[in-house]
Ligand binder design. Structure first.
Ligand code: ZN
Ligand code: ZN
Length: 309
């Protein structure tokens, strides 16, 4: 028998994380429930928008992203904890892992090592990477490398240990259900109506809101690295995408963000509306935000500057 001189390498398939897949499938499968008459309510729309503002914009954009990852501003410790807990209630993982992943993304954007570049496959950058094991996160190495500042924070370590962050998500879920039941009973005086209002709060305030905030956050990683215009010739494929910016209250001005990652404002032109930054300015006016980092675009050529030259 003739043996091949070249050793055949086994195909290495990425390891799928069953818990992540289970949670993603369960939430997505429950979304149609919100449109079944018993669960449907027009109140669902304002609940969704308010939920996105609190848990998506304040929790993820402001808390996880601009505050923890980029230190674009400083707020009192108690307020930082509130923002971080709002972020946890979006079920996007513990802050240490979210921040480490995002710092990796900035370091290696659209190149080898980027945890979620959508350049080859939109789906991978959007959600494929979420439930696929990233071997770099075995052990504490990546945390020591990418988030040494957060490791010195007792609250961050406490949240990470024993999956306490996930227990906080479950506690907020229970609080929404109990709150909806109590308010429903107080307003209607009927047990049946209170139960229906609780069911509607579950469908819109938890399921639809969580899935909605997931997808608009993921669109920043996927759509804003493929479609849109560029103000700056950054080395990555980041784009300013107005649809993503409108959905996420400002995070879609992603080319601006890659050009000036530490800047608190992601909208750089007057019409690039960034409501998350508007909220930061309001915090600054009332004295709750300090050292808000201004727009500093060093090393990148602005397209406007190119035209003027
Ligand atoms: Zn990016
Ligand atoms: Zn960033």
């Amino acid at each position: 028998m003739i043996q091949s001189a070249v050793a055949v390498q086994p195909v290495v398939r990425p390891k799928i994380l069953p818990v992540y897949v289970g949670v993603l499938i369960a939430f997505h499968a429950l979304v149609p429930l919100a449109f079944v008459p018993y669960f449907f309510t027009w109140w669902g729309i304002p609940i969704l928008l308010i939920g996105n503002a609190v848990f998506g914009s304040i929790g993820i954009n402001l808390g996880y992203h601009r505050l923890l990852t980029h230190r674009s501003l400083q707020v009192p410790g108690w307020l930082e904890k509130i923002f971080v807990v709002c972020g946890i209630c979006s079920l996007e993982g513990p802050p240490l892992k979210w921040v480490a992943t995002h710092r990796m993304h900035h370091q290696t954007s659209d190149e080898e090592g980027d945890p979620h570049s959508p350049v080859d496959h939109f789906y991978w950058g959007h959600m494929g990477w979420i439930y696929t094991e990233d071997k770099r996160f075995k052990g504490f190495g990546p945390y020591e490398k990418y988030v040494p500042d957060l490791l010195t924070d007792r609250f961050m370590r406490w949240l990470h240990k024993k999956n306490r962050w996930a227990k906080i998500y479950l506690a907020h879920l229970a609080a929404i259900l109990v709150g909806a039941f109590v308010i429903g009973w107080a307003v209607t005086g009927e047990l049946e109506d209170a139960v229906q209002i609780t069911a509607q709060a579950f469908a819109w305030g938890i399921v639809v809101r969580t899935v909605y905030v997931w997808h608009i956050t993921w669109l920043v990683n996927s759509a804003s690295h493929r479609w849109g215009y560029r103000n700056y010739e950054t080395s990555d494929r980041s784009r300013n995408n107005w649809v993503v910016a409108a959905l996420t209250n400002g995070e879609g001005w992603h080319n601006n963000h890659h050009a000036a990652p530490r800047s608190a404002a992601h909208g750089h032109r007057w019409w690039e509306i960034d409501l998350t930054y508007t909220f930061i300015r309001m915090l600054e006016v009332v004295g709750l935000a300090k050292q808000v980092v201004p727009i500093k675009v060093a090393g990148y050529k602005s397209k406007d500057a190119e035209k003027a030259a």
